[in-house]
Design a protein around this ligand. Structure first.
Ligand code: GRF
Length: 207
């Protein structure tokens, strides 16, 4: 696969995916990093790692149509056939979801379908997990569909919530797992092991 990573922030997950590809843990290549935020750390990481990168900010287009056209043509020019969202804080347009049906993943720093949906991003997720008194939290990789954080779940991993956890300490441990699980989940797609039926993904055994 030729993957485009969409990210708005620091880009540590993007870097983990790029490194997994460089180190041969993924057979895919990261062909492009797209950010909506010109100041995002992910762009610095992409430049340092010499990965094509582009700023496409919906606010800088006169219409949504022009924005989508630019996004789709940038993906085409870079021969992208899979998209990994990693801390991307913009809505993914229906045109994109349609064109890359079951080929767009997202990472969420909790166990969906809990603690997901609109507004659940950044520290808010971990604060809510602690307020609910959860004994476990974790990471979810899921497909992106028209409903926010509700696409088919591809992979999840749990970790214990500790009595003295702060949102920050929990976030830090969750992030370490994110860096492991995202490349592993992408590998399932490379191997053709993800089968989606009625919004449920099954992972088929290795041939
Ligand atoms: C991660 O916690 C991810 O789960 C969430 O946003 C954060 C992005 O972190 N969607 P980074 O930019 O990859 O460091």
């Amino acid at each position: 696969m030729r993957i485009a990573i969409f990210a708005s922030g620091s880009g540590s997950n993007a870097e983990a995916i790029i490194r997994a590809s460089r180190e041969g843990r993924l057979s895919s290549e990261v062909g492009l990093v797209i950010s909506n935020n010109v100041n995002a750390g992910v762009l610095k990481r992409a430049k340092a790692l010499e990965v094509n990168n582009s700023v496409i900010d919906p606010r800088s287009f006169e219409s949504e149509e022009l924005y989508i056209t630019s996004l789709l043509s940038t993906l085409d020019e870079n021969e992208i056939d899979f998209i990994a969202l990693a801390g991307y804080l913009k809505l993914v347009q229906p045109e994109l979801i349609d064109k890359y049906r079951n080929k767009i993943t997202n990472i969420h720093p909790a166990l969906l379908p809990s603690f997901g949906g609109k507004g659940f991003y950044g520290m808010k997720v971990h604060e809510s997990v602690l307020e609910a008194g959860c004994k476990v939290s974790g990471v979810t990789i899921h497909l992106v569909n028209e409903k926010y954080d509700r696409g088919a779940i591809i992979a999840q991993r749990t970790l214990p919530v500790l009595d003295d956890d702060s949102p920050e300490s929990l976030a830090e441990r969750v992030l370490k797992i994110e860096h492991e699980i995202y490349p592993e989940a992408l590998q399932l797609f490379e191997e053709g092991r993800v089968q989606v039926t009625n919004s449920v993904a099954r992972i088929i055994d290795k041939a």
